[in-house]
Design a protein around this ligand. Structure first.
Ligand SMILES: [Zn+2]
Length: 406
């Protein structure tokens, strides 16, 4: 009981006094306890959790602790994750026919199917979670000890060239849209698609940016090409987010953000949400890992009738081309780099949990966020800084986008 009283007193002090600005000494015997209190107090928002994909494809029950994967509501609670944005991921194969050889249409129906599924999963877990469609909702739901499930849509294809569908998706609870995913679509070019069909945004995409500002839908610049990013910077009157991106300085790929893009994002008032996928963190991991797909594919084709041979040759290849997994300290180093570059008001967390194959050692799943908080505190960040990084920045941007809507 006394311990609890101490904790409450500490939290109250952290709320109101200059204590919040004070740095914590990692040698302080109560460091861990203080770190835990700061973590508990912060509203932790993670802008990219791919669990809907697992629910759809593996029918997992997120109200139970799952033995594998990165997320479920039980572990989220344990890790102090208050507001996960579930990714309504619509594969590029649903893009409008004609935009790509594999595109077959049906994106809007696919988005509605996933949204309906999320709605029913959240209602079925009403003792643990509730749907949130505003920063006010998040604060209220977290205030009663539940997890506030928000939704972002990954790939703008479901808008299908119809501005009304943007409004309908907002109505259904989508609060950010990643303009595209792996392929150029009818809105924007993708960083992954070498065609760069429209040298950035399409004419419809440019109109859509204005409309997203108007209705209060957050714009997500993760996945889009550099040209598209700079055009969004020109066009958007509201701050934007990068819901799950990495740093190009450390992992050289267009999918990640360059320093100059980060500076522009901060100038726009937006927030860069750091991706935990090992693939996005270092070249040491990402470059060899990248080659695995094609090597495995060609071995499987070459040894169609001898699966064991294909597997053993692939294992040999991996041994000869190791992909050392980064650890949580590398993540902390990169977060610190980003914060030094663009300021503590513009960096947050967008893990991509359950959307990536490999995550760093020490960040194995959603129970690990408290370790990140502890390490950031040990590095000299204050309670106030941590609150911003853990979710305050994202909530600030979300509020600004809502206030700027017409
Ligand atoms: Zn993604």
């Amino acid at each position: 009981m006394r311990k609890r009283l101490f904790l409450i007193m500490f939290i109250l002090m952290a709320c109101n006094s200059p204590e919040q600005k004070m740095k914590l000494d990692p040698n302080d015997p109560q460091f861990s306890e203080k770190a835990r209190a700061i973590h508990q107090k912060s509203i932790l928002v993670d802008t990219h959790i791919d669990i809907p994909y697992r629910i759809t494809h593996e029918n997992v029950d997120i109200s139970q602790r799952l033995a594998d994967g990165h997320f479920d509501l039980v572990r989220a609670k344990e890790g102090g994750l208050d507001a996960p944005f579930f990714a309504v991921y619509v594969s590029s194969k649903f893009n409008q026919p004609g935009t790509d050889t594999a595109a077959k249409g049906g994106a809007y129906a696919e988005a509605l199917r996933i949204i309906t599924m999320i709605d029913s999963v959240v209602s079925a877990s009403e003792n643990l979670a509730e749907s949130a469609i505003s920063p006010g909702d998040v604060e209220r739901i977290v205030g009663v000890g539940k997890i506030a499930v928000c939704m972002g849509m990954e790939n703008g294809a479901p808008i299908e060239g119809d501005i009304q569908k943007l409004a309908d998706l907002y109505q259904r609870g989508i609060r950010y849209i990643t303009l595209t995913h792996a392929k150029d679509n009818h809105i924007s070019d993708s960083s992954y698609d070498e065609r760069h069909t429209n040298k950035g945004l399409t004419e419809f995409g440019k109109k859509l940016i204005v409309e997203m500002n108007r209705i209060g839908m957050m714009i997500d610049v993760s996945h889009i090409s550099d040209d598209a990013f700079w055009q969004v910077m020109e066009l958007s009157n509201a701050p934007v987010i990068a819901s799950h991106s990495g740093l190009r300085t450390f992992r050289h790929m267009e999918r990640n953000m360059s320093d100059s893009m980060l500076v522009a994002l901060a100038k726009n008032g937006g927030v860069f949400q750091y991706n935990f996928g090992s693939y996005f963190i270092t070249d040491d991991y990402g470059v060899p890992a990248d080659s695995y797909w094609s090597v495995q594919d060609s071995l499987n084709r070459k040894f169609q009738n001898d699966h064991e041979k294909a597997v053993s040759l692939f294992e040999e290849y991996k041994k000869a081309h190791p992909a050392p997994n980064p650890d949580i300290d590398e993540v902390v180093r990169q977060l610190d780099y980003a914060i030094k570059l663009i300021g503590v008001d513009h960096v947050g967390l967008g893990s991509d949990y359950d959307g990536v194959n490999e995550v760093p050692v020490g960040l194995e799943d959603v129970t690990k966020y408290p370790v990140l908080t502890e390490k950031m505190l040990a590095l000299g960040y204050t309670a106030a800084d941590i609150e911003k990084i853990n979710g305050g920045n994202l909530l600030r941007v979300w509020k600004a986008v809502e206030q700027l809507k017409l």
